[in-house]
Design a protein around this ligand. Structure first.
Ligand code: SF4
Length: 455
């Protein structure tokens, strides 16, 4: 299903759409307040972008350095070329340790590789321990946002879900009660887990250590209690030096939720006594993206979600309408690189307003890359007949100012004089969801010239 069709379904519940829009805009405001309180925020962004761009240009060296250091620290390092290999490696580690119960903190990479169903098919219990992730796991849905996975669910819906799966009492969506019950439920899972899986926010080449950021402390609970810790990371998570962490931790928390820093920024370097630590480093299409000059900067992403919170399309179409692990503006750049046919509608799910690029803490030129994908898709894929013909006509019209003026005159007259049933008739797809304004008598050009004359 194309993004626009899926968005139409989401848009049927107007109340929910408005609430979703407002909730994300609130987070965007918190981000603005937080970043404006930092003197030199732009310098920090420049630094973040520079470090990431340097890392991407020297990725092979930094990955090897990271592996060497991690091995010295007593960590077992595995390499996976794709999602399938990643899942098999994780599965084999769990088998080796006879692990049947696994707790997993938020990791978009494991979502991307579809790790949960792979392990569950062999009878391994995988419990997502991030509250939002646990909510969507109980609802049998994928996350709809990379930082706020259950942002599409109201508290009343969570109430019902918990009653059904956790046996809680009806509470009218009381967040305090619901989080308390979730905590009790998850504590039992942490205590009995045979292994913990975490994601990786930053892997440091010069120490072999890595950092996992959460607001709930769930990654720490899992990794500190279970005898086996498996950390899964994409190859782009590397940063060269420990001292660079100060840049990224400040950029991440503020851009994601407006916090000065994520509540738990946990540093892992070696397994604790008697325990095992594994790192699985995954490519899964990233080197291919790296080889595309126009899109390689998308690998700088630190997964803060700010581009989603600010995007007018994302806020009003919901994360599931993207049908991709990473939704929103950055997902619309990453997904076509993996499957152009399946995700060909995503680069068009944007107003190209550039707000995503403005808020991106590592200065990815998101809107420019969306535009690039549009050009590629238009060239490489068959376009719907009506769209193709109308775009060609528009192209011709915009090429000649005299023609443009004539068409503008007819359009303004039509908007003023024709009845709505004609203006919003079937061929006018735009008019299906909107009322067009009354056409002005003069064009902008005429208005400007008249104004100048009367000055
Ligand atoms: S593209 Fe930029 S704004 Fe969007 S999630 Fe990644 S780092 Fe954040």
């Amino acid at each position: 299903m194309s993004h626009s069709k899926a968005a139409t379904i989401f848009n049927k519940d107007e109340k929910k759409v408005n609430w979703h829009d407002k909730a994300l805009w609130f987070v965007r405001h918190k981000r603005d307040k937080s970043v404006h309180s930092v003197e030199g925020w732009e310098n920090l962004r420049n630094l973040g972008q520079g470090i990431k761009a340097h890392m991407l240009s020297n990725l092979d060296n930094y990955l090897i350095q990271f592996e060497e250091k991690a091995l010295k620290n007593g960590v077992q390092v595995h390499w996976a070329k794709d999602g399938d290999e990643h899942n098999k490696i994780v599965h084999s580690i769990l088998k080796e340790h006879n692990a049947k119960k696994v707790v997993k903190s938020k990791s978009m990479l494991t979502e991307e590789c579809h790790l949960n169903p792979f392990l569950e098919a062999d009878g391994i219990e995988v419990i997502d321990t991030d509250l939002g992730e646990r909510i969507v796991q109980l609802a049998k849905e994928p996350p709809s946002h990379i930082v706020l996975p259950a942002i599409h669910k109201t508290k009343e819906e969570v109430d019902e879900l918990f009653q059904e799966h956790l046996g809680t009492k009806p509470c009218g969506g009381d967040p305090q009660y619901l989080t308390g019950e979730a905590r009790k439920h998850l504590r039992e899972k942490f205590v009995n887990a045979d292994a913990a899986i975490t994601g990786v926010n930053f892997a440091i080449a010069d120490t072999g250590g890595f950092v996992v950021c959460t607001n709930e402390g769930n990654a720490d609970m899992g990794a500190h209690l279970a005898p086996v810790h498996i950390a899964c990371m994409g190859i782009e998570k590397i940063i060269p030096k420990q001292e660079h962490l100060g840049v990224f931790l400040r950029l991440l928390g503020r851009s994601a939720t407006g916090q000065h820093i994520t509540t738990y920024s946990s540093h892992f370097r070696k397994p604790r006594e008697g325990a095992k630590m594994h790192i699985v480093i995954v490519d899964n299409g990233r080197t291919e993206q790296l080889s595309r000059p126009d899109f390689r900067a998308s690998l700088q992403c630190i997964r803060c979600g700010a581009c989603m919170n600010t995007c007018p399309i994302y806020r009003r179409s919901g994360g599931h309408s993207y049908d991709a692990t990473i939704p929103g503006p950055i997902g619309s750049i990453l997904s076509p690189g993996k499957d152009l046919k399946k995700h060909s509608s995503l680069p068009f799910a944007s107003t190209l307003c550039g707000s995503c690029s403005d808020v991106c803490p590592v200065k990815i030129d998101i809107h420019a890359q969306l535009y690039k994908w549009r050009q590629i898709i238009t060239k490489e894929m068959k376009q719907p007949f009506v769209k193709k013909v109308s775009m060609e006509m528009m192209g011709k019209m915009f090429a000649k100012p005299s023609q443009f003026e004539k068409v503008g005159m007819v359009a303004r007259w039509s908007l003023r004089n024709l009845p709505k049933s004609v203006i919003n008739s079937k061929p006018n797809v735009w008019g299906r969801e909107r009322d067009l304004p009354k056409g002005p008598k003069e064009s902008f050009d005429e208005w400007y010239k008249n104004r100048k004359k009367n000055e």
